[in-house]
Design a protein around this ligand. Structure first.
Ligand code: 5AD
Ligand code: SF4
Length: 442
């Protein structure tokens, strides 16, 4: 399995892997050893799509040497391109769209039985959602849980609603059951996934909201941490803010993509909030939860973006002082509302604006990180540090990577650490309970 794109895609790949393990396949890390190579793909920006095409092309030689090899392309690009993929790449045997993932084992059987190519890109999901077998892989500390699929927002630049379809929330009882089962399997941290978790439940016929779901999940025995992504500013409710503040397991971190700082551009993006409204949301969040960690997504170079609009985005970063920001160059996607706009910003301007914001935000992120020096942080010990014997790595509730002394018995536990210094972007600390007054070396 080769996965491109977001956490949702990575989670989908886990699901595909699980279904195929159930069907008797064995996962291998080695391309040459594989009888089946499946790509799970992303088309949110052109760059990801081009990288995929490069990787698929490279397999042509391998396929020529090994004709029985099965090559499949699935997920978002498959849903968008459909049979055109098999025309472009004659060595692709299987195309499976975002609504066909659950049927992957049957589709592969058809290919194995000689039907080539097989193309399955239905507009709606025929079978009820297949779930990954909970036992998949090693005992894990942390797991993703999909709470909804699709998106109804139609931001003017975004291809997601076209390739992942309308919003479909999973029923709360189903999500709770999955989290319980994960907890029984040893998972202590869950990250709830959805394109816009803040509108969770609106498409259901039961009374459900994301804040209410968090409350139900907070009660699951064995789970110690709950994270979620992504939040849409226009749908963030006071109830959700209070849930983050009051529910002990819900981590104080919100990924709240602002996309741009100019209200004019936000309107063109169809985001549903103004720059001032966004700032007010941040103010309310910080009033309620002073130590909240805030991260965001930014797009530079949306069609028609002027120097003044761009300056507004820079000002947004300056005013909010995010803990982190993903800054993307605008990528025109055909089929989207903005895809047909012809007042494109030229490439070199986009590159310069991108560079400027990256540099600006890097300083801010580092300052925000430094503000954690000499504080006590609760860290979930996730694994041994691969490079430093006797050290563990994990994340703070605010999603910062931290390193500290510890042993196997600490893995999966919440450890209080005192942050002593930074090593790059990693917080280095000392476990507060076996504090010896010495700063760990490493
Ligand atoms: N061009 C650039 N960035 C995009 N994103 C979504 N669509 C595009 C596009 N066409 C970014 C948004 C979103 C993140 C997941 O990807 O910032 O929040
Ligand atoms: Fe795309 Fe907007 Fe939906 Fe996010 S909320 S997936 S940016 S359409």
């Amino acid at each position: 399995m080769i996965t491109f794109g977001c956490q949702m895609n990575q989670h989908d790949s886990e699901m595909i892997g699980g279904l195929l393990e159930d069907a008797g396949y064995i996962l291998t890390e080695h391309l040459e050893a594989a009888d089946v190579i499946l790509f799970n793909t992303c088309c949110v920006r052109e760059h990801a799509e081009q990288r995929l095409y490069g990787r698929v092309s490279q397999l042509k030689a391998l396929k020529a040497k090994k004709p029985e090899l099965i090559v499949g392309v699935g997920g978002c690009v498959a849903q968008k391109e459909k049979a055109a993929l098999t025309k472009r790449f004659s060595h692709v045997d299987l195309v499976f769209g975002t609504n066909a993932l659950g049927g992957i084992a049957d589709l592969l059987r058809r290919v194995e039985n000689g039907e080539r190519p097989v193309v399955s890109t239905p507009d709606v999901c025929a079978s009820p959602e297949h779930r990954p077998p909970i036992t998949l892989g090693r005992a894990r500390i942390s797991a993703w849980v999909s709470v909804m699929r699709g998106c109804d927002n139609y931001c003017s630049y975004c291809v997601v609603p076209y390739v992942r379809g309308p919003q479909r929330s999973r029923r709360p009882d189903e999500v709770v059951a999955e989290v319980r089962a994960l907890a029984e399997g040893g998972v202590v941290e869950v990250t709830l996934l959805g394109q816009n978790v803040n509108s969770y439940g609106r498409d259901l016929h039961v009374d459900a909201s994301f804040a209410r779901l968090l409350e139900q999940l907070d009660a699951v025995v064995g789970i110690t941490r709950i994270r979620f992504t992504t939040s849409h500013p226009k749908d963030i409710s006071t109830d959700l803010m209070r849930a983050i503040r009051d529910l002990p397991k819900v981590c104080e971190h919100v990924h709240l993509p602002v996309q741009a700082g100019s209200t004019r551009i936000l309107e063109l993006m169809n985001r549903g909030y103004s720059s001032e409204e966004y700032l007010r949301i941040v103010e309310r969040l910080r009033d309620l939860i002073p130590h909240i960690s805030l991260t965001t997504d930014i797009i530079v170079g949306f069609p028609g973006e002027t120097e003044e609009d761009f300056e507004q985005t820079r000002l947004m970063l300056e005013k909010v002082r995010f803990d982190g920001a993903y800054i993307f160059k605008y990528s025109s996607r055909s089929g989207t509302a903005a895809g047909s706009l012809d007042n494109r910003v030229d490439k070199s301007t986009i590159a310069a604006r991108h560079r400027a914001l990256l540099e600006f935000q890097k300083e801010v992120s580092l300052e925000r990180l430094k503000s954690l020096l000499n504080t006590t942080q609760s860290v979930l010990a996730e694994s041994h540090d691969a490079k430093r014997h006797g050290f563990l790595v994990g994340r703070t509730r605010g999603h910062r990577v931290a390193r500290f002394c510890g042993g196997q018995e600490d893995i999966g536990r919440e450890i209080e650490i005192r942050v002593c210094r930074l090593d790059g972007w990693t917080l280095v600390g000392e476990a507060a309970q076996h504090s010896s007054g010495q700063e760990p070396q490493g």
